[in-house]
Design a protein around this ligand. Structure first.
Ligand code: SF4
Length: 443
């Protein structure tokens, strides 16, 4: 008899990789993935528990599945991921509708959980969250042409506002040969863009090889046939060295787009938040990167309303943004996370933090619009992703766009999704670029 399951993957790209691993394990064990939980034997909710908003989203999804179960339209409910790990002592008593729960060290037990629930039982497993990273195969769900490549797990930085090190455990790099083997396999299946991810990729290799090894890894990834773009996500500002900057500048496959979360620019706040480095060092790094990597697009993330941020510190942050003209900025209002040092520090209320986050977005809108405008009249490389029925245009991402967080390029042309195209940009609108494929027949 067919056994079906639906998967709801919440949160970040790192969690998506865990979902993809569970998809693989369940499929190998004879479970069939279905698009909707309604009518399925099982639903797996792979949760995020990073900040309050993510927790609420996870709980809403769990409750929605619980309703289906109560109505007899879903067989069993399995909850995995960060929310399970963070609340392992209370999640089953608080949400008794859950049949099985797995922590972040136990994704590999998904089949045992599914079998137990199918047999009418329960299962709860929380292996260490700091054990070596599980090398589990996965079903890539991001499409044929791009995939995330996770190179490490956990985080040792212990920023004062962040719960990740407590949830995801200590920093553990994956062995380089395993990463390269996975990358080769992805390329052999048509993946052209590898998005290298971890909480902090600059620290890669320090635990396994006793030295920072991201530059060496990128060098090897660049040699893989079929890989055209390597995108680097989450570089810690104080971990750049000359070797890494040179590798980024000289390796044609590394897209000149770097995601360097800085969180704030004020020295006292950075120190209080246990961030290494000062505002001047961040300014100097950005200047150096722009000098040595022509055409560089920078992305960062910020937190508005951090403990210690008064009007003057917020003003300093805004002034920095006006001067640095960072092309891509994400901003969160401060969320005091239980168990973190920052939650116990005095801070502005949620409404004020949100107001400041909105002000930053307004300020950045002009910078981002000007950046989009700078593409008009230029021909840029685009990874074609799909055909958009509504606009009747092809849609893709340029090297300056990361999935989900940046813009898209809509264009007329003759390429097929999964292919790269050169697109002449004619106009922009609200963060999106519009153009025509060069040398491609009209679709
Ligand atoms: S670097 Fe800081 S903010 Fe990022 S995951 Fe680690 S502790 Fe959290």
């Amino acid at each position: 008899m067919e056994k079906t399951f639906a998967m709801i993957s919440l949160g970040c790209a790192k969690n998506l990789v865990n979902s993809e691993q569970m998809l693989y394990l369940l499929s190998e064990a004879g479970y069939t993935l279905v698009p909707e939980a309604d009518g399925a034997d099982l639903a797996v909710v792979n949760t995020c528990g990073f900040i309050d908003a993510a927790k609420s989203e996870a709980i809403d999804n769990i409750l929605e599945m619980a309703e289906l179960k109560k109505a007899g339209r879903l067989g069993g409910l399995i909850v995995t991921g960060c929310l399970s790990e963070r609340y392992k002592d209370s999640i089953l008593s608080e949400l008794p509708e859950i049949d099985a729960v797995l922590g972040v060290g136990s994704f590999g037990d998904i089949v045992a959980a599914a079998d137990a629930v199918m047999a009418g039982g329960h299962l709860s497993r929380f292996a260490s969250n700091s054990a070596p990273v599980d090398e589990i195969a996965r079903v890539v769900s991001t499409g044929p042409s791009w995939a995330y490549l996770r190179i490490a797990e956990g985080c040792d930085n212990f920023c004062a506002f962040c719960a990740i090190p407590y949830i995801r455990g200590r920093y553990r790099s994956r062995p380089m040969e395993n990463i390269l083997e996975e990358a080769r396999e992805l390329a052999a299946h048509g993946v052209k863009e590898l998005i290298v991810i971890a909480q902090d990729i600059t620290r890669y290799g320090t635990d396994l090889y006793g030295k920072r090894s991201l530059a060496a890894l990128c060098r090897e990834l660049g040699k893989i046939e079929g890989v055209e773009w390597i995108r680097l996500h989450y570089l810690y500002p104080d971990q750049f060295d000359d070797e890494l900057i040179d590798e980024i500048a000289s390796n044609d496959k590394i897209v000149k787009y770097l995601d360097i979360p800085i969180q704030h620019i004020n020295d006292a706040i950075l120190k209080r938040m246990n961030r290494r480095g000062t505002g001047s060092e961040i300014r100097a790094l950005f200047r150096t990167l722009r000098e040595r990597i022509p055409g560089l697009v920078l992305r960062t993330s910020l937190i508005a309303g951090l403990p210690g941020e008064g009007e003057a510190e917020f003003e300093e942050l805004c002034e920095f943004l006006k001067e640095a003209r960072i092309e891509r900025v994400g901003v969160f209002p401060f969320s005091p996370e239980e168990g973190t040092p920052a939650a116990k520090m005095e801070h502005v209320d949620a409404e004020e933090a949100q107001r400041r986050a909105d002000l930053i977005l307004q300020l950045q809108a002009e910078i981002m619009d000007a950046f989009c405008e700078s593409f008009v009249g230029k021909t840029i490389r685009v990874l074609c992703l799909d055909y958009d029925e509504e606009s009747e245009l092809l849609v893709g991402r340029s090297w300056a766009d990361s999935p989900d967080i940046d813009g898209l390029v809509f264009f007329e042309g003759g390429c097929t999704p999964g292919e790269m195209a050169d697109v002449l940009i004619n106009e922009t609108d609200d963060g999106y670029l519009y153009g025509t494929q060069i040398g491609g027949a009209a679709c």
